[in-house]
Design a protein around this ligand. Sequence first.
Ligand code: ZN
Length: 99
Amino acid sequence: MKIAAQSLQNVKAYIRPLDFYRSELPDMPPPRGSGWRDGGLCPFHPDKHAGSFRVNLETGAFTCFSCGTKGGDIIAFVQQRDGLSFPEAVQKLSNDWGV
Ligand SMILES: [Zn+2]
């Protein structure tokens, strides 16, 4: 699967990590400010206690201190959560967000 350069550009330019995580992480507490925030329950392991999953609302990076899952942006988040390749994740984001 070939990645459309335009899709990658649009995903990076138009999907704000803040909006993305607000939509994808229903348990995330309302974020105040930017930078690293509590992401609520971790979507990568059966998480019962919020507090170990953190997201960076500027860069889209995420990390879980409990299961060790981490990545550098929202594309990596979708890749790991949905088991997709990089081009597939970009395509999904592009479709889902209409960019
Ligand atoms: Zn986790």
